[in-house]
Design a protein around this ligand. Structure first.
Ligand code: PHE
Length: 344
């Protein structure tokens, strides 16, 4: 066989080569390109031939060597793939891995819990606009025209001094009372805005859930019982509440609700500033003037209202140390919250 014929024969062999395993691919490499391999031998023989033949043959030989190397690489890659598919101990009958689906924001998880608890005792959910007029945010709620809460420091006005970003969702309760007669039992979850400098403890926007119950004979005892049921449902049966006198223009009497600190159990810690109590909401009996402002007869009906900040409640549940974290959308923060990690 001439050298040229041997090159042609090996070219065919390379083209048709197969390997069922990595070992077979390696065997083929040794047979072709190893120290005593067929292609290597051809290169040795090539050195002996006359120089006029060398040019043509040299090219063919180099091409053969490259083709052999390429084929070996292919065979090795193919056998490697097959090995990881079958042999790595993975269970081919296992259900397919699902795509990561993300998670709910901690504020959404806690707001939903609050809505569920009030839903279970007959409260509907009401919503209203975030850009609100003076009447619904302040006027109907008995804020005197010169009340400091209307001041530029607290309120973001929009275009005129009659339109503002709502500072609380009590505005929604005004809308509900204006559009229907008691019995009314509703909560209004939503985003609210106040012109505050942003820090770990304050933000210019946050979430509230406010509640309203208006019917014949609604009393302060009903209010206290409802809030006691709510806090025990959310934080567990061991917490208790107490009420301190307070002031809101739209309720009379008004109270601030403290809950025994759910973090230290009342023993005293940083969160409750070693008092054993944490403030969780404001509440009171709807001022008769407010009922009248909204078209409800205060001689016939009475009602209570309450309002809480969802960030505050979430902080007590998940121990988030800095209010700004709620808004940064850092996935390392958001990833930590699932309904399963809800603790109370
Ligand atoms: N609207 C009050 C606030 O935003 C909360 C509140 C609601 C207080 C209902 C009493 C009754 O702070």
């Amino acid at each position: 066989m001439s050298l040229l014929e041997r090159v042609a024969a090996l070219e065919a062999e390379v083209k048709n080569a197969t390997a069922r395993s990595a070992e077979e691919a390696e065997k083929f490499r040794v047979a072709m390109l190893g120290r005593n391999g067929a292609v290597t031998e051809l290169f040795d023989a090539f050195k002996q031939i006359a120089s006029e033949e060398k040019r043509l043959l040299g090219q063919r030989l180099n091409q053969l060597k490259q083709a052999a190397q390429a084929r070996i690489d292919e065979l090795k890659a193919a056998t490697e793939e097959a090995r990881t598919e079958q042999g790595s101990g993975s269970d081919l009958s296992a259900p397919a891995a699902t795509e990561p689906t993300g998670s709910l924001h901690p504020i959404s998880i806690v707001r939903q819990r609050i809505v569920d608890i009030f839903g279970s005792i007959g409260y509907t959910v009401s919503q209203g606009p975030e850009v609100e007029d003076d009447h619904h945010n302040f006027g109907a709620l008995n804020f005197p025209p010169d009340h400091p809460a209307r001041d530029m420091q607290d309120t973001f006005f929009v275009e005129s001094d009659d339109l503002a970003l709502r500072t609380h969702t009590s505005s929604v309760q005004v809308r509900v009372m204006e559009s229907g007669q008691p019995p009314i039992r509703t909560i209004s979850p939503g985003r609210v805005y106040r012109n505050e400098a942003i820090s770990a403890r304050a933000h210019c926007m946050f979430h509230q859930v406010e509640g309203l119950y208006v019917d014949k004979g609604v009393s302060f005892a009903d209010l206290k019982g409802t809030l006691d049921h709510f806090t025990k449902s959310l934080f567990g049966p061991d917490v208790s509440i107490r009420m301190r006198p307070s002031y809101f223009p739209f309720t009379e009497p008004s109270a601030e609700v403290d809950m025994s600190c759910s973090i230290c159990g009342g023993a005293g810690c940083n969160i409750c500033k070693h008092s054993g109590w944490v403030e969780i909401m404001g509440c009171g009996m709807v001022d008769p003037t407010v009922l009248a402002n909204c078209g409800i007869d205060p001689e016939v009906y009475s009602g209570f209202a309450f309002g809480m900040g969802v960030e505050r409640i979430t902080q007590l549940i998940y121990r988030v140390p800095d209010l700004r974290m709620y808004w940064e959308n850092d996935v390392r923060f958001l990833d930590q919250f699932t309904a399963a990690t809800f603790r109370r």
